[in-house]
Write a protein that binds this ligand. Structure first.
Ligand code: NAI
Length: 720
């Protein structure tokens, strides 16, 4: 795992080279191998300097997440980290110079290895990124990152890097003091060697005490001061005061990782480095064992990776490469999807009923690109090239040669049937026809198609150029090959697919809808609207349910409920939310944000605020529920509906459920996802809570039999 060689000048090279993997990662085995090599070099009198390098395209990608997901034993973790710290401290204090040649990306644990070296030189590699992404998975850098970074960069700059998880380029890492030099790619080892030889020569000259010199880290030298001042300086105090407040506002206290990072830096910077490392270990172990970290690692890393690697793609279908697609309808969604596809290098034929409409869709891209160019994020030539790939038209014949056409015309069954027929007359027999409908069943829409096996739903989210999820919907006759190719397309434009079966509201809209309707039910019961929406935000959802109902429009909520009632007839179970929506729309004319009046008022010249009239129409009951009770209802109802989607086969995997919720409607990642939440509570606790809520609030909270079966079997959704 670590190639070891000593050259004629006495420079030992420790080269990370994990067999069978494209990236170097830090885990117990690799660190044991590194420790062995490092100790050998430190002990060998012939070795005058140590060079740490990588045989892969990148330096070290970070910690082994599989190990961290499984880790539960606090003592073992803590003992292990102590060994790492001892090794890093030996490298820092023995006196032999140690340099890291950073050929590529250096993240997390990899950056911590580099920080334990006296000198860091990076290749001028445009792909290389540096930083501490741990926080994005609910963790903190546990191999000294929270202690060494602020001692190098200063408290404020280090906190930004540590709590935001940003990945910066080599030039920025240099500017911020994280590394010492950037050199042309391919010369980084030479530069590191030159520095080592220079240091070794310096050390060879005995000092006034007659002893050889030592290369030490700044914090091991006499008179060391934290750059920019310590914690108890006016600047330090201000940083922590503002930092705490900002963190609270951003996370509502739901994410322990950034809070623990602040604590590590606050406590650690008031003591020596060894005590600081011990403090860091305590907070790190606490985080690794936290449900928040387990949920985030599982959903944001492993499930997301599965989805992006197309784990549920039908096998045996050759991978399709897409070069040209058609976009039917150049409205809000069509323009966004066209942009995403053109940005991925595809030719896009953008068709609307008028040339003006089609041009307008293309102008949307032009505007987005203008902004990027102005901000220096894109070269004007690249923007021009992207724009040139979008061809606005009204002529279906331009669809010839498209491997897929995506329809995003008005939400109207007859209109969609008409454009399907016209399109199929122009495209090849094996081309895919995809509909971006948000509510109409795919099987029904496919009736207009002469080749329903090639017909599929691709449900994008708004704004389509930005939102990462695509919900793929299978019609009854959609073929596995069409699914496989549609998944290839979603990946080709850099988005993440989940696969669902055709049913009312599909998955995302259906479950997301329960959050809105539960908020409205609470209002109907006389719960204070401010309590409802604050509970929504404190639960970790991006927006409270009433504010969100305003955003999507109460009118739409009302329309969907009326349509569902019509379609289901006697089977329809009336909901409190229906009465609220009917009252708001039909009687009060308050349609939501778009009309300027909804649950909130939207004055032109001031911030939105709750409509005072709500108090008259939904009088506050005496004895308001606690915040926790409201949060519980808003979150558990989503998990229950998700389980129903699994029971009914709308969803085929709990992994897709969690990925879809996080990416689709901003479900809070610290809970894992609607299924992750059940897993975190334990199925039995979840069922008991839902049974209690069913007695209090109604049968919608009654847990399904599949959950009781799980309890009887003693099984759970996920192994960890
Ligand atoms: P939109 O009203 O902004 O755009 C529809 C476009 O279709 C217009 O440019 C219109 O001129 C064009 N169009 C109408 N008839 C046409 C025809 N015969 N031939 C060619 N073009 C025609 O609507 P939006 O919001 O883009 O929605 C489009 C579809 O996407 C709908 O089915 C909607 O349900 C669905 N959807 C919408 C989402 C949203 O957030 N707005 C999210 C996901 C899906």
């Amino acid at each position: 795992m670590i190639n070891y060689a000593v050259d004629k000048d006495g420079i030992a090279t420790l080269e990370w080279d994990l067999p069978g993997r494209s990236q170097n990662v830090l885990n117990e085995q690799t660190m044991a191998a590194f420790a062995e090599a490092a100790q050998k070099a430190l002990a060998d009198p012939a070795v005058k300097g140590i060079l740490v390098a990588s045989a892969k395209a990148d330096f070290i990608a970070g910690g082994d997440l599989d190990m961290l997901l499984k880790a539960t034993d606090a003592q073992a973790m803590s003992d292990n980290l102590k060994l790492w710290h001892r090794l890093f401290r030996a490298l820092e204090t023995t006196g032999k110079p140690v340099a890291a040649a950073l050929n590529g990306t250096t993240l997390g644990g990899g950056l911590e290895v580099a920080l334990a070296c006296h000198y860091r030189v990076a290749a001028d590699n445009p792909k290389a990124r540096f930083g501490f992404p741990e926080v994005t998975l609910g963790l903190l850098p546990g191999a000294g990152g929270t202690q060494r970074a602020p001692r190098l960069m200063g408290i404020q700059a280090a906190l930004m890097l540590l709590t935001e998880g940003k990945r910066i380029k080599a030039a920025d890492a240099l500017k911020q003091g994280l590394i010492h030099a950037v050199v042309p790619a391919g010369t980084e080892r030479d530069a590191a060697r030159a520095w080592l030889l220079e240091q070794a020569a310096k050390n060879a000259v005995p000092g006034r005490d007659g002893k050889p010199g030592k290369t030490l880290q700044p914090w091991d030298q006499k008179g060391f001061k934290i750059p920019g001042g310590g914690v108890m300086t006016p600047g330090g105090m201000q940083t922590f005061m503002a930092g705490n407040a900002m963190l609270r506002e951003k996370t509502q206290g739901n994410y322990p990782a950034p809070k623990h990072i602040l604590s590590c830096v606050f406590e650690g910077m008031q003591t020596d480095i060894d005590t600081g490392l011990a403090i860091e270990t305590r907070y790190f172990v606490n985080l690794v064992r936290s449900p928040e970290a387990k949920n985030m690692i599982r959903s944001l890393f492993f499930f997301m990776q599965e989805a992006n690697k197309l784990a549920r793609r039908p096998k045996d279908v050759p991978v399709q490469k897409f070069t040209k697609i058609g976009m039917l309808g150049a409205g809000m969604m069509g323009a966004g999807i066209a942009h995403a596809a053109a940005a991925a290098g595809l030719e896009v034929v953008l068709l609307d009923s008028t040339q003006e409409g089609a041009e307008k869709g293309k102008a949307y891209s032009a505007k987005l690109l203008e902004k990027r160019v102005a901000r220096g994020q894109m070269k004007p030539e690249a923007a021009q090239a992207l724009l040139a790939r979008i061809k606005p038209t009204t002529d279906y014949r331009d669809f010839a040669g498209c491997e897929m056409v995506i329809e995003a015309v008005f939400e109207d069954r007859a209109l969609k049937a008409d454009v399907t027929k016209k399109t199929e007359a122009a495209i090849a027999a094996d081309a895919i026809f995809a509909s971006n409908t948000s509510t109409l069943p795919i099987t029904g829409l496919a009736e207009a198609s002469s080749r329903p096996a090639n017909f599929i739903g691709l449900h994008f989210f708004s704004p389509a150029e930005k939102m990462p999820l695509v919900e793929i919907i299978l019609g009854k006759q959609t073929s596995p090959a069409t699914l496989a190719r549609a998944m290839d397309f979603v990946r080709a434009i850099g988005k993440t697919p989940i696969v669902v079966n055709d049913a009312r509201g599909f998955y995302t809209s259906r479950v997301f809808g329960t959050y809105l309707s539960e908020g409205m039910a609470l209002l109907q019961e006389g719960v204070a609207p401010a309590l409802i929406d604050n509970a929504g935000r404190i639960s970790g959802m991006p927006v409270g349910p009433l504010a969100l109902a305003d955003e999507v429009s109460i009118e739409l909520v009302h329309k969907i409920a009326s349509q569902t009632k019509k379609d289901l007839g006697d089977k329809y179970v009336p909901r409190a939310a229906d009465q609220v929506a009917a009252l708001m729309v039909d009687k009060l004319g308050r349609l939501g944000k778009k009309s300027g009046h909804g649950f909130y008022e939207y004055p032109a010249d001031a911030k939105k605020h709750l409509w005072p009239g709500l108090a008259e129409h939904f009088p506050a009951r005496t004895g308001q529920p606690s915040l926790e009770e409201v949060v519980e209802r808003l979150m558990l109802i989503q998990s229950l509906e998700t389980v129903r989607c699994l029971d009914e086969g709308v969803l085929t995997s709990p992994q897709d459920a969690d990925v879809g919720a996080i990416l689709g409607w901003g479900y809070p990642p610290f809970r894992g996802g609607p299924i992750g939440q059940i897993h975190t509570m334990g199925v039995a606790n979840f069922v008991a809570a839902c049974d209690r809520l069913a007695e209090q609030c109604g049968e919608r909270f009654r847990p399904s039999e599949s959950l009781r079966k799980k309890i009887a079997e003693g099984s759970q959704f996920f192994p960890i």
